[in-house]
Design a protein around this ligand. Structure first.
Ligand code: NI
Length: 372
């Protein structure tokens, strides 16, 4: 009997259950309860917001590892090289542990990045077309995963793209070329020589003596304007091999300072007077030492016809030709030599242009005779 009663009462409680359900339905319908629910939703939303803000704050305050493409350039036609990427971070971040088990720290990550691991470079550079190109960085899938899951609260990686410039070059490396060089000037005939070069769209390298640089500053300006190379032939044409270290340096820097005053540039190459070089010169002149492969002996003959014939007979692709623009006969010879060589298919280029076109990176203190 009592069981039955219980059963009954259970039935009732079952009914009660229903009524509770109904009541819960009512929860939404009564004004008071509506408020309660609204409050609950607001609390939950606030909590979620706080969580999001927390995540954002953590994300933004994480130590930054910067990966940056360094800006670089090559000359047109030069082989594509030198896209450099540097990873760095503040010193205090370097000891952050990224993987305890493997004892992998931020500084290890930097080392890996700086040896080229963990990213890809995206670019579309055409070395035959001058212009500025963008080099984009992209993290490798593996590193991306690590940063977003395993290390998400430890570090942040920031990427910075770079630009790569292909500088216009007038030299076609596949064609013949010669570098005409003129020493001891500028002089009173240099301007005429510059006329000839300009008319023929040709360039040359001038190894100038400091004391003449200041006398003919306008000629120096013009050399730069028409793309000739500014060479250094010491301040007063002294044999460098007979000098002390400090004197060798001041012989070069003396001319450089004069050039800086005129064209705001130093020389790019040096020709030691008389071609005399010893270990002091090699170790202390911080420029490539440019010798020659064809000596026209123009200073000796001072005969335009002889200079012209000798030069045209003896030059070949890659030669560096020695002449002196302080002699009228040499400039007269150049009047024929320059258009004639161009007619024969030679490009008349500067020493540095020729080295570049031949893929040679000239080193300071090293002698160069030709680029064949
Ligand atoms: Ni000389």
């Amino acid at each position: 009997m009592s069981i039955n009663k219980n059963l009954f009462s259970n039935k009732r409680s079952f009914k009660n259950l229903f009524s509770i359900r109904r009541n819960s339905k009512n929860l939404f319908s009564t004004k008071k309860n509506k408020k309660k629910v609204g409050l609950l939703v607001v609390v939950v939303l606030l909590f979620l917001c706080a969580l999001c803000i927390g995540v954002v704050v953590i994300k933004n305050t994480r130590p930054v590892v910067m990966i940056k493409v360094q800006d670089n350039s090559i000359y047109q036609y030069e082989e594509l090289s030198g896209i450099e990427v540097k990873a760095s971070t503040a010193k205090k971040n370097q000891k952050i542990v990224l993987n305890k088990k493997e004892n992998y720290l931020v500084k290890d990550l930097l080392k890996d990045l700086n040896s080229g691991e963990g990213y890809k470079l995206k670019y579309d550079i055409d070395n035959r077309t001058a212009g500025t190109y963008t080099v984009e960085l992209e993290l490798s899938k593996e590193l991306k995963k690590k940063v977003s899951y395993l290390w998400w609260n430890k570090i942040k990686i920031q990427l910075e793209n770079g630009s790569f410039e292909v500088i216009e070059s007038k030299v076609d490396p596949t064609k013949l070329m010669i570098a005409l060089t003129f020493d001891d000037g500028p002089g009173k005939y240099t301007d005429k020589l510059l006329d000839i070069l300009e008319e023929n769209d040709a360039r040359a390298t001038f190894f100038m003596v400091g004391e003449n640089v200041s006398k003919y500053s306008e000629a120096v300006e013009r050399m730069k304007e028409i793309g000739c190379e500014i060479g250094n032939h010491t301040t007063n044409h002294t044999k460098l091999t007979e000098l002390e270290v400090s004197e060798v340096i001041s012989q070069i820097e003396g001319t450089n300072n004069l050039l800086l005053d005129i064209i705001e540039e130093k020389s790019t190459v040096v020709r030691p007077p008389y071609g005399e070089v010893n270990s002091v010169v090699r170790e202390n002149v911080e420029y490539p030492l440019i010798m020659w492969s064809v000596d026209t002996l123009d200073w000796k003959t001072k005969d335009a016809k002889k200079v012209k014939e000798y030069t045209l007979k003896n030059v070949a692709d890659g030669d560096i030709v020695l002449m002196h623009d302080i002699h009228q006969s040499t400039v007269k010879a150049a009047e024929t030599i320059i258009p004639k060589l161009i007619e024969q298919g030679y490009q008349l280029v500067t020493v540095s242009e020729m080295a570049r076109a031949r893929g040679i990176e000239m080193k300071n203190g090293e002698k160069y005779f030709s680029f064949k």
